[in-house]
Write a protein that binds this ligand. Structure first.
Ligand SMILES: Cc1cc2nc3c(=O)[nH]c(=O)nc-3n(C[C@H](O)[C@H](O)[C@H](O)COP(=O)(O)O)c2cc1C
Length: 391
């Protein structure tokens, strides 16, 4: 029998992230939903990112006197209420007005870090102004290194605790949904423009206040006539620098005094090299299946990476996490925390800031019950012995 699905549009009634995804799908124009949902090429990696969790099954202990569960964890010496962070995603203003701010405020309220994308639609200074938020900034390496340097200096002035360099996107993934939906970068086809008329709620929330959101942190890179979303996207793509290599990281390590995190590593050798080069954190990631198709999932290499890097850096993981059980499996294999991508974006699209809070609450509840059913009360009790890998 097929699993029962929620078919309404009230995010408060969503029982899981998949319900949130369905609400987001109904609320967003199709080309916006497809931009979020889609993967690259024929989406093998997108599907693999979900299937990989089925390979690990739990071996629970049932007589362990489980007490109230504690899900807190310490990252870079600071305690957080949950072992998750909201990862960087670009163009969040397309899902909900001031999307970045809503995600950041929900992260602050949940006691978890928030990572702002460099292609965000909110100025970075507005994020670091949020009282009580742990804010990290993601950057790409652009060909214009003066701009990269000025961006890093701006991050320091704004007060970010960490910079996250995305390493897997120097060449843009082949996302065919977007190719079909847009005549030119960010210029929707006529059919898609007409389809907007069927989404008055989204138009009122997203387009009504200030028109199409723009990339607020890239103004210095863009000539004045290219500072709208379409103009910017014509320039940003060619600016991504495929020559990114370890020398760039060494340079960054010299100029950035704060925590440095690399996002997009999959290979254990690269994880090891990152640590040797003084990187403070690694995010094992295949970019949610949006870059190299047929890539391994971070879950495929996590245990090996942990064995290689040990406690020498903070180890994060993302791509495909939709359930508390997924998160607990990654923690058991050695991750310090999981970064969320689409899970919280669906919350944002379904219900704004309160939708993100609801999505985080669902994951928290699932993590707490998973931990208890495994026979544990604290995350520190988790290790690979509570999992069996099926062939
Ligand atoms: C709509 C969207 C936009 C994204 N934009 C960025 C970005 O600007 N920078 C970045 O490093 N990663 C970006 N990512 C990748 C996410 O940070 C993360 O690696 C990925 O979403 C994790 O997979 P999941 O969505 O299955 O959880 C984006 C992902 C999505 C879905």
């Amino acid at each position: 029998m097929k699993r029962q699905r929620y078919t309404g549009s009230n995010y408060k009634k969503a029982l899981n992230i998949e319900d949130m995804e369905h609400i987001a799908k109904r609320r967003l124009p199709s080309f916006v939903f497809e931009y979020v949902y889609g993967g690259s090429d024929d989406e093998h990696t997108l599907a693999h990112n979900r299937r990989v969790f089925d390979r690990y099954l739990f071996e629970p202990k049932t007589m362990t006197r489980v007490g109230p569960r504690k899900l807190s964890t310490t990252l870079f010496g600071q305690e957080h209420r949950l072992p998750v962070a909201i990862g960087p995603t670009g163009f969040n203003g397309m899902l909900s007005h001031d999307g970045d701010l809503k995600l950041a405020l929900a992260a602050r309220d949940a006691g978890i870090p928030f990572v702002l994308s460099s292609v965000s639609t909110t100025r970075m200074e507005e994020i670091t102004a949020i009282e009580g938020l742990t804010a990290w900034m993601q950057i790409y390496f652009y060909r214009d290194r003066h701009f990269v340097k000025s961006m890093i200096e701006r991050c320091a002035r704004a007060g970010f605790d960490a910079i996250v360099v995305t390493t897997d996107s120097a060449i843009y993934g082949n996302r065919e949904w977007d190719v079909r939906n847009f005549r030119r970068p960010l210029k929707p086809s006529t059919a898609n423009l007409l389809h907007l008329l069927t989404k008055p709620g989204w138009m009122k929330d997203v387009l009504w206040p200030d028109g199409l959101p723009t990339f607020k942190n890239l103004d210095d890179l863009l000539p004045p006539d290219k500072r709208n979303a379409q103009g910017a996207s014509q320039i940003i793509g060619p600016q991504l620098d495929p020559t990114l290599n370890w020398d760039d990281i060494a340079w960054l390590r010299d100029v950035w005094p704060g925590k440095l995190i690399l996002k997009g590593i999959i290979a254990p050798d690269e994880a090891e090299e990152a640590v040797q080069r003084g990187v403070d954190g690694i995010v094992l990631s295949n970019h949610g299946g949006r870059q190299l198709n047929h890539s391994l999932s971070p879950m495929d290499t996590l245990a090996e990476v942990k064995a290689r890097v040990g406690e020498r850096c903070q180890l994060f993981v993302d791509s495909g996490f939709r359930r508390g059980t997924d998160i607990v499996k990654a923690l058991a294999l050695g991750a310090d925390a999981v970064w969320l991508g689409r899970a919280t974006l669906y919350g944002l699209a379904a219900g704004g800031q309160a939708g993100v809070t609801h999505a985080l609450g669902l994951l928290e509840k699932e993590m707490a019950s998973t931990l208890g059913l495994l026979g544990f009360t604290h995350l520190s009790e988790l290790d690979e012995r509570c999992l069996r890998q099926m062939s």
